[in-house]
Design a protein. Structure first.
Lengths: 267, 267
């Protein structure tokens, strides 16, 4: 893996934040505009999520093409672009589409940077609230309504004290995985649903101890890996593998807790 | 029911907003401070939710006592206070304690005003985001990051097109109620969890069509009734009764949809 020079790193972090700013100009004006025009057919309605998603990804890709045409790009809405550089941007303009549809401001724009396949920089941006989580090899931090601060995961290791989060328990369609999730849920002190990528950032911030979701795509998780890992957390698939290609993912606050959780999920 | 003179109404709305401002000074500094000090025992930990809840209710009650000692007060954390006036404030300093604990900014301060038992004014305030929903006999509105606007529910009437929300499907402990909730869930186009009082405000805003929760207390719902009703929505218990004392509550975007939903929930 390349080790960036610190000025190159700073420049790439700044560029990642620019991409988040550009996405926000497309997403925020579409948020909370989902008042149905008629009640005849949902299919005939204007779909602000898809429109905002595509407009934001288009704008991000244009900016990358203009400034770093050598960088590769993967995103939710459009075809992969292969550049000559070992760097690849992995984009999800609106992670948490259900939240966007219902008007809850916990959706986010996710911007990750892979270096030869390894997550190096991640940005999670919630522009309605004005809160942004950033992970880099030099640490993870948040900027938002309460100012800026560094992120650090919790040291808690007992399952019985842990706070668990998942986007939607009904997403565990596989009966075995659903049973394993509920076995975990019954052990922890508190479980919470409906947070999407926010949950992984709040794990990095020391608020949550375990986050798990099935069926994630690479663009759902790549940006979150540097935020989690550079705050002290661990993120893998349920069988302990790399999270970089998505799948059924679990993040925990520390290595000791991760081992306990993987054992329990294995059944 | 008394009909307020419009200057009396404006003064009471302003006072309700002052109470929300006062609560925010207590709650926001405690938000996202839940990093465990040790990992030995959760019980021994500092509990910022309870501390913030009590401090905010104390501050609200002091302000009411100083300016309107004749008003009655009911709140989550302290004993009822009976004044000489037919007006009663109903308070929940932090609705959505799970959200507060995990650091997701969808908790809210709820401030409702009953006039001889009927909800007349409601404020739902989310001070981290800086978003406030207000309902009065003159209409409902929101003020927040996108500016101010009036609230209006959706006209959608077909269940198959509807968006459903509930705080947590596992809260339906009663097997019959759980079965009826899932019968509803299977009919709608989208369901979403983990929003607490935000969901009722977003129903008022035309984003969500049906919100239902079991086991609500009066202080969970009283403030939301004026926000919902003055935006065109309907809120009752599952058997069509008044929501003022809490219970198993359902709110819908309009009367036609409400009838359909109550029929389905009755089984």
């Amino acid at each position: 893996m390349t080790s960036f020079a610190s000025d190159e790193l700073a420049e790439l972090v700044e560029f990642a934040e620019e991409l988040a700013d550009i996405a926000a100009r497309e997403t925020v004006p579409m948020f909370r505009t989902n008042i149905a025009i008629d009640n005849k057919s949902r299919k005939a309605q204007f779909d602000p999520v898809t429109a905002a998603d595509r407009a934001a990804e288009r704008a991000i890709r244009d900016h990358i093409a203009a400034h770093h045409p050598e960088h590769s790009v993967r995103g939710e809405e459009m075809d992969d672009y292969a550049g000559s550089s070992p760097l690849t941007w992995v984009l999800d303009p609106i992670d948490g589409t259900k939240a966007f549809i219902v008007g809850i401001p916990v959706w986010a724009t996710l911007i990750g940077l892979l270096d030869r396949g390894a997550p190096r920089i991640g940005v999670m941006d919630q522009p309605f609230i004005g809160e942004r989580f950033v992970g880099t090899p030099q640490g993870s931090y948040v900027q938002g309504p309460l100012g800026a601060r560094r992120l650090q995961t919790r040291e808690l290791t007992r399952l019985e004290d842990a706070v668990l989060a998942t986007s939607d328990p009904h997403n565990f369609h596989d009966p075995w995985a659903s049973a394993r999730f509920h076995a975990l849920r019954e052990r922890v002190t508190l479980s919470r649903y409906g947070g999407d990528s926010y949950f992984y950032c709040l794990l990095a911030a020391g608020q949550i101890d375990i986050v798990t979701d099935p069926g994630l795509d690479d663009y759902d998780i790549v940006a979150l890996v540097p935020i989690i890992e550079n705050a002290g957390g661990i993120v893998t698939t349920w069988d302990g593998g790399s999270p970089v290609n998505g799948g059924t993912i679990v993040a925990t606050a520390n290595a000791a807790l991760h081992e306990t959780v993987l054992d329990l999920l294995a059944g």
